[in-house]
Design a protein around this ligand. Sequence first.
Ligand code: HAS
Ligand code: CU
Length: 581
Amino acid sequence: MSSTAGQTYLDQFPAEAKVIKAAFWSSFMALAIGGLLGLVQALHRTDVLRFIDSADYYTVLTAHGVLLAITFTIFFLVGIFTWAVTTSLDRGVVDIRFTWAWYIMMVVGTILVGVSILGGVVDAIPTYADVLFTFYAPLQAHPAFYVGLVLFVVGSWLAGADWFRTWWAWRKENPDERIPLPTFMALTTTLFWYLCTLGVALSILVFLLPWSLGIVDSVNPLLTRTLFWYFGHAVVYFWLMPAYMMWYIMLPKLSGGKLFSDPLARVVFVLFLLLSTPVGIHHQYLDPGIAEGYKFIAMTNTMFLLLPSLLTAFTVVASMEHGARQRGGTGYLGWLKALPWRDPVFTGMALAGLMFAAAGFSGMINAGMNINYLVHNTWWVVGHFHLTVGTAVALTFMAAAYWFIPQVTGKELWSRRLALGQVLVWFVGMTFMSNAMHRSGLFGMPRRTAEPQYQGFDFEPAVGTVGEINAQVALGAVLLTVALAMFLLNMVMTSFNDDSDSLPANTYAGTLSGPEDSPAVLDNLKLWTAIAVVLVIVGYTLPLASIVDSGGLFGPDIGGFQLAIETDPALVLESVREVMP
Ligand code: HAS
Ligand code: CU
């Protein structure tokens, strides 16, 4: 823990605090725009209020997905990790200019991506990128979109290099010390980020970008899809790990106690490094062209991957219980009452954790090969990820911001009551929305469409009606937007707040069982990285080889679908015939 106790982060690391503040604000801007577009979609799909053209739905959905799943999450992550590394090593970054350089690179990437998508609805901008946040072929975007993504990802790579450099510098001065837990978490996460982003880098640089530039005529869609999901599952843990970090090192302290076990926390992060990547095929159970056996291997790995989250549930709840008992809590469940429910930082994170327990269940259902056939490509999946990234991650980040923004600005939070109300409204709104989405998926309501109600076809829910489900989604979406506005208002007002009398010190939770109880091998990052690489080779070599073997490296002659999002069925058929004669 930091030796300069009593001070805020801004007092300790004024230069780093500036970059972190900038990263947080970039994240909030993405949250504001992306969140608003979410409301537009929810009201459109449920037919409650329509003010966009259905043909523009994909543009809006792409912006919503990219801004929230990629920009909001990752900007917040780089802020938190920079805080975690510098605070726990008690030293600044090696060269602050390098830190600004990667931040600016990520901003430039984001602007390019954003403008490319905007071209879909603004005639004056000659770009298009209605490709959704998964951007795999045959959907094709303007080259600027891919270039923007590359800049953003390379920026995040450099951020990782920055944390490693800082750690290396610290290790020279402290050769015999264990890696402090927050730094350990940031480094293991960075390592699997490097491993998984290789897939998406390959997909963009070798296939999608040359294809969009017209350098190659066609691609193998299954290959680019598989490379995307090679990255696309691990990225969900990239979003989750900073939230887990908060649950491990903040929740115990806020609860009034200590982290139950440092060794268990290290085991969890090592397991994520090992298993986050060789599971991506669980997003492709329904893809023809991948043999069942490979899907089965991905399913088995996914089931093992539940373990670190189940361990997390145990460790974090045990730490909260320890805290509650320190505060005088007693009884089998009575200790829950002794938790600091009036603290928005605590309550936001605890509610996020509670929702993640439900999200874990829907994840397990997704992961089962046979039961996935029932829910794949339905609104169920959208319900699932609004509980995971949309709550476990987003709500934790918002709650964390109530603590972090005062730390990096030296200004007190404007309103704790508004903040407490905000996390509750988010929780209630998401309960309505995601529950209804899950239910609708069970009777086949499709995702990713502006017109889910297919003409001449009636959906039949087992319980309730389609109208009632739609009403719940719309109500949930409105509540979420209200919560978003409450959050942003509090953030803006905090930056104009002149009060700085009772700022909390920059500390995090101590441990009941500390690093001295952790086997030293857990800190052997080279060993875990090597095993992770082997698992990736085992999980992916054969499926990739067989995809290339049957579909060709650059595929059969399949052109791209560019702007043509047509809603008239006859015209859709015509455009499909054009590209696939
Ligand atoms: Fe997922 C689809 C399987 C976790 C995100 N997932 C998605 C998509 C997204 C996403 C975005 O196997 C859609 C992608 C697309 O556009 O197509 N997912 C899983 C599994 C897990 C899982 C097995 N997903 C996540 C996380 C995400 C995320 C985390 C983002 C952050 N998911 C799938 C599958 C699909 C899928 C298939 C494909 C579906 C299809 O067909 O398309 C697991 O990691 C979940 C493990 C979680 C647990 C819960 C542990 C509970 C904890 C809570 C502790 C409580 C606390 C609070 C701290 C086992 C840790 C206590 C409070 C008190 C008051 C005491
Ligand atoms: Cu996944």
